[in-house]
Design a binder for this molecule. Structure first.
Ligand code: FES
Length: 315
């Protein structure tokens, strides 16, 4: 659907918030805290951005975008090629990072740009009068995004942990000591940060059902170690060679099989397909370890094969 960029706010030196409103008289579809939208950029890329505003708002979506120095073209494009008043094409909100329905207390952890879905969760929890704490980790005070929103709406819940201010260091043991089963933990941020939070929670005795995370960044893979493998599509006689330099989706496309893709990094799950035989080499961060262990589906945008051949079902 088409939206208009109504306002752009420079939140930090390299983070901007984009307020999107409907381009037609039709209201925007509703969303739940933790949801994201696909943004179709004018350079042809599709990128996912979390919605940061309160999900009770029906007149706008707010996304926060980090202009990443290592941008593969998505964040650079939206920062440099879009102004207020421009149109954007987006997908309907989808939620892969929902608040668990049993959440009666919560602890939210955000690292850097990971504040974007966490902020929407904070609005929702406050609206539902569910007690929570919000721990926001940044390198310096200038890198705090949505500072005004956080201090205005969540003065009692927000704790800033600023790397260059040692006195603000987080006492993880203290924060995580209450492991009541109705207390849920939500974390979003860089991979290392999320791993640190998840490891700390597990060591403190939290169960996996209480822990929820959202990935922004794909797994780091050394592609020079890629090996060729073949794919058979159930019901077809073709044996499709996936060369080391290409992805399974590229090889499938060359042979006339179009698999829908979005992030192309193993984050969103859009491309997931069923595996009937063979063992995938999972490189996504979308599925859980348990789902990976089943080896009955894989993400062909980034994952490969441990066996010489994979048989997939595209029906
Ligand atoms: S396209 Fe997003 S996981 Fe494959």
């Amino acid at each position: 659907m088409d939206v208009i960029i109504n306002k752009i706010h420079q939140l930090t030196a390299n983070i901007r918030a984009f307020e999107l409103i409907s381009a037609t008289p039709v209201a925007l579809p509703s969303f739940e805290a933790g949801a994201h939208i696909d943004v179709h950029l004018k350079n042809g890329l599709i990128r996912q951005y979390s919605l940061s505003n309160c999900c009770s708002e029906t007149h706008r979506y707010v996304i926060g975008v980090l202009h990443d120095d290592n941008s593969r073209g998505g964040s650079r494009c939206i920062h440099t090629e879009y102004q207020e008043g421009d149109r954007l094409t987006i997908g309907e909100p989808r939620n892969l990072f929902e608040l668990h329905p049993n959440t009666k207390q919560a602890v939210l952890f955000a690292g850097g740009i990971g504040i974007t879905p966490i902020l929407a969760m904070a609005y929702r929890l406050k609206h539902q009068q569910i007690p929570f704490e919000l721990h926001y980790f940044v390198r310096s005070h200038e890198m705090i995004a949505f500072y005004g929103n956080l201090t205005e709406h969540f003065a009692e819940q927000i704790h800033f942990h600023i790397q260059d201010q040692p006195e603000t260091q987080c006492d993880m043991k203290q924060v995580l000591k209450n492991i009541s089963t109705q207390r849920h933990l939500y974390v979003c941020g860089p991979t290392g940060f999320m791993q640190f939070v998840m490891d700390s929670a597990q060591q403190a005795g939290w169960s996996p059902e209480q822990l929820h995370q959202e990935h922004f960044v794909a797994q780091q893979i050394n592609e020079s170690e890629n090996k060729a493998f073949t794919i058979e599509v159930l019901g077809s006689d073709l044996k499709i060679e996936v060369h080391p330099h290409q992805t399974a989706t590229q090889a499938l496309l060359e042979n006339g099989f179009d698999v829908p893709v979005s992030c192309e990094q193993g984050i969103c799950g859009t491309c997931m397909i069923r595996v009937v035989a063979g063992i995938p080499d999972h490189r996504d961060v979308f599925m859980t370890d348990d789902e990976h262990a089943l080896n009955n589906q894989f993400t062909p945008c980034c994952s490969r094969a441990k066996t010489k051949n994979l048989v997939i079902d595209l029906t």
